[in-house]
Write a protein that binds this ligand. Structure first.
Ligand code: NCD
Length: 345
């Protein structure tokens, strides 16, 4: 199996020269200390990262999935919220690159004794950790750490309703791999957009790459705040993003349809007339999908409520790339960890 030159050089040098990685030439991805959201990524940076992830995907396709690129680096995953895909894929990504990965969950830790997020993170930093991957129910938590910690890279694995940049990057990667390019594609994101940090980061990512994003769902579940509907300013990069409450209209000629989970844990009252009504108007079904472009990709970040936002036959049907999204997640997180946990060396 051959790797693109840049990645082969990086990984190959790592094998022969594990102690001298300062000499590595990392040309693929520009310098970055933290990954907090995609709003501060440029299109070339995203492309470079996706190229790097492609090389990582080839490592994952090998018989022996292990390279020493992060040998001697320590990564802590610090999760204050439940996770399956994100947590396991970060752990796998770190381990395939030979980092030592320590998973910390709040139960059983000093968080239960009332330790603050910042003091917990300072404690972890004091143990010479190279990167912290954090998921937290409060929007902005990873930014707090990035402001106060000076010796560790921070990767946001989901903060409140705000952002989930690594999920968005794996979504971009999946679509680019399947359709060859992102520019000019019509991406329909349907469901509980308001409460979805995945959607918020996807909007930035797809819009920055030149795709046309259409958000769809009940009025009450569309992010009017993000697009200036509450009187605020629309960021120029998001000026082309559209909203439509009619899925039959929005799905017309779509290249990608992404369904989102109804996040009942974040909905405190009155967002929907009834689940039955929601299913009738916004479920992604076979009949609706016939209006999209031939070869349309169906995505979902998981976890799914099958039979609510997406029909089971679509979730597991020929258009679905939901499992490919999960597979891409490992490669994309390898590319991110390689960059963030290696900095300054
Ligand atoms: C999402 C999350 O936690 O933000 N899942 C994920 O990371 N793939 C979406 C969700 O919870 O619905």
């Amino acid at each position: 199996m051959t790797l693109p030159n840049a990645i082969e050089n990086q990984i190959g040098n790592g094998i022969e020269n594990a102690g001298a990685q300062a000499d590595l030439e990392i040309t693929a991805v520009p310098e970055r200390r933290h990954v907090l959201d995609l709003d501060d990524f440029s299109r070339p940076e995203i492309n470079a990262l996706l190229d790097s992830a492609k090389g990582m995907a080839e490592v994952l396709g090998r018989d022996i999935k292990k390279v020493p690129a992060l040998r001697g680096r320590v990564i802590v995953t610090l999760f204050y919220e439940a996770s399956t895909r994100t947590r396991i894929s970060f752990e796998e990504a770190g381990k395939v690159l030979s980092a030592d990965v320590i998973n910390m969950s709040t139960s059983g830790s000093s968080v239960e004794k009332g330790e603050s997020l910042l003091n917990t993170a300072l404690t972890i930093q004091a143990m010479s950790v190279d990167a912290i991957v954090i998921r937290h129910p409060h929007s902005g938590a990873p930014y707090l750490l990035a402001r106060h910690l000076d010796r560790v890279g921070i990767i946001n694995a989901g903060d409140g309703m705000h952002a989930h940049p690594t999920q968005a990057l794996l979504d971009l990667f999946t679509v680019r791999e399947k359709l060859g390019a992102l520019e000019g594609l019509k991406i329909v994101i349907v469901g509980d957009v308001l409460h979805s940090r995945v959607a918020r980061s996807d909007i930035w990512g797809f819009a920055k790459m030149g795709a046309q994003v259409v958000l769809c769902g009940p009025n009450t579940l569309l992010p009017l705040d993000l697009l200036g509907g509450d009187g605020g300013q629309i960021p120029t990069e998001l000026a082309s993003v559209k909203m439509d409450t009619d899925l039959d209209r929005a799905i017309q000629d779509a290249d990608v349809v992404m369904a989102l989970r109804l996040q009942s844990e974040r909905q405190h009252s009155g967002f929907l007339p009834s689940v039955r009504e929601y299913i009738r108007r916004w479920q992604v079904t076979e009949a609706r999908l016939t209006r999209a472009k031939p070869g349309v990709l169906v995505m979902h970040p998981g976890p799914m409520n099958e039979g609510i936002e997406i029909s089971s036959s679509i979730a597991h049907g020929g258009s679905s790339v939901i499992e490919e999204q999960v597979t891409s997640g490992v490669a994309v997180r390898m590319a991110l960890l390689y960059q963030i946990a290696n900095q300054g060396r």
